[in-house]
Design a protein around this ligand. Structure first.
Ligand code: NDP
Ligand code: 2IT
Length: 455
């Protein structure tokens, strides 16, 4: 038996805050998990004694490095890169790479922490990690992005590998960046191996991976609605973001008979009351991936839409469904109140931690369906897990099979959330999907850690 009494939630969080000063995103992510896990652990002394949550909330390691590159005007530029390897109890570290000027250690630690629970929820053998750099790809030429990616990989390659740590894309890192990074890894090591996911089909990528996060978030939304005897058909949706996750979420909503009203970027949002159909979504994909333009250009092309600038967000537009698919803390308490007041009945997070803690409370108090990112957006990393399997088996599955697997994986995650989050008679049959995701994600990692002893 341990000689000290177990700390309570408040003491635990005080410690987290003290050990992680100036890291508000990381503290927020730990707080959101800890409140549920402390309740779950109340009668489970073994988790307390082994300090499991304390250990998961302390990354296994953080690698930080300088990334030098030369811009097109021959200026030498210096960026900071990181890889946060949070926990590998149930599989190799796995998680995306983010290139954005807002990237810092707090952001990457929160993402790696969340990823640990998300990856556990998929049921596949993947630990949690995240990486990135404070590099802004916006306005850079392809050659500049290539030189940056090569320089970034020249340090990162020594910390990753198909059995140790397998990065992928995230904000600012899509097919182009993965290609440059994979090419540099292969050049340095002389090995072709499944060290990154999100690769193009020509060199080992998986079908369905580009669609998986957005589609998965909509499958999760459908599962929640179905649990209440409802459907997506005929419902309106507000979506933020206009990148990989947002455009594929929009596509699946449209395929299921819903009407998408908004998309956004960091400068503002567009509102199209006629609905953003497949033709318009294809135009946005080309705008973002090929022409690398801004969402405001949508209104020059589709005159049914209006543009709302100055960083405005779409949450005041009335809709049945909301899918935040841009970035962390993009939906605050007032935004949540506006959604609820306008009759929103379900929220599914394509982004990671897009809703503030106060915003989440608004959704829970109003008892509307609310799926946290770690459950709702897990389809992306799940298909990354399938890409890893295909690479090691030297095979590739077809689109249809992968689509079925994604649907089943999202159903499995929904079932786990209901198993641990259904408050039953206590709360009028309301499912707390945050609690369900946190406990189900935690349990698998925690039990693996218990098996290993003190390591
Ligand atoms: P993209 O880079 O493809 O798109 C990001 C979108 O979000 C852009 O429209 C971008 O606008 C907007 N955005 C980024 N930062 C901000 C900001 N600070 N404020 C407002 N808008 C912003 O990234 P993804 O679509 O891949 O990622 C979106 C979210 O989904 C992220 O939270 C990511 O972590 C999460 N996610 C992604 C997965 C994936 O497989 N790609 C998997 C699971 C989660 P702008 O062009 O102005 O920057
Ligand atoms: O946040 C995420 O889950 C991702 N960016 C995808 C990670 C992955 O390894 O596919």
């Amino acid at each position: 038996m341990a000689v000290t009494d177990h700390v309570d939630l408040n003491q635990f969080m005080e410690g987290v805050k003290k050990r992680n000063p100036h890291q508000p995103e990381f503290v927020q992510a730990v707080q959101e998990v800890a409140q549920d896990i402390f309740e779950f652990m109340e009668d489970k002394v073994r988790y307390h004694e082994a300090q499991i949550l304390r250990r998961i909330a302390e990354p296994d390691r953080i690698v930080s490095f300088r990334v030098c590159w030369e811009d097109d005007n021959h200026n030498i530029r210096v960026q900071r890169g990181w890889r946060v390897q949070n926990n590998n109890a149930i599989g190799p570290y796995k998680g995306g790479i983010r290139f954005h000027p807002s990237v810092n250690e707090s952001v990457l630690k929160f993402l790696a922490f969340e990823q640990t629970f998300k990856n556990s929820l998929t049921g596949l053998p993947m630990g949690g990690g995240k990486g990135g750099a404070n590099f802004n790809p916006k306005g850079k030429s392809d050659a500049e992005v290539m030189r940056f990616c090569q320089s970034f990989m020249t340090e990162l390659y020594r910390h990753i590998g198909p059995e140790t740590d397998v990065p992928a894309g995230d904000i600012g890192v899509g097919g182009r960046e993965i290609g440059y990074m994979f090419g540099q890894y292969k050049r340095i090591t002389g090995r072709w191996e499944g060290v990154l996911t999100g690769k193009a089909l020509e060199y080992g990528g998986s079908k369905m991976r580009p669609e998986a996060t957005g589609y998965g978030a909509v499958y999760f939304l459908r599962n929640m609605l179905k649990h209440r005897g409802e459907d997506i058909d005929g419902q309106t949706a507000v979506i933020s973001g206009s990148g990989n996750v947002a455009t594929h979420a929009a596509e699946k909503i449209v395929q299921m008979g819903g009407k998408v009203l908004t998309l956004s970027d960091s400068d503002g949002f567009i509102h199209d009351p006629d609905g953003i159909d497949q033709n318009k979504i294809d135009w946005v994909k080309d705008l973002k991936n090929v022409r690398r333009g801004r969402i405001s250009e949508y209104c020059d092309h589709f005159t049914s839409a209006t543009y709302h600038g100055n960083g405005a967000r779409p949450w005041n537009v009335a809709a049945d469904l909301a899918l935040p698919c841009a970035t962390q803390n993009e939906l605050d308490e007032d935004d949540a109140k506006a959604l609820v007041a306008n009759g929103c009945k379900a929220v599914s997070e394509g982004a990671n931690m897009p809703t503030t803690l106060a915003g989440v409370k608004v959704f829970h108090d109003a008892k509307i369906l609310y799926a946290p990112g770690k459950a709702a957006n897990a389809g992306g990393v799940a298909v990354s897990g399938l890409e890893m399997s295909q690479n090691s088996e030297r095979i590739s599955w077809n689109h249809e099979r992968l689509g079925e697997m994604l649907t089943e994986l999202m159903e499995g995650i929904h079932e786990k959330c209901v198993e641990y989050g259904d408050e039953g008679a206590k709360n009028g049959g309301y499912v707390d999907y945050v609690k369900g995701a946190n406990i189900a994600g935690f349990k698998k990692v925690a039990d693996a850690m218990l098996a290993f002893g003190v390591v």
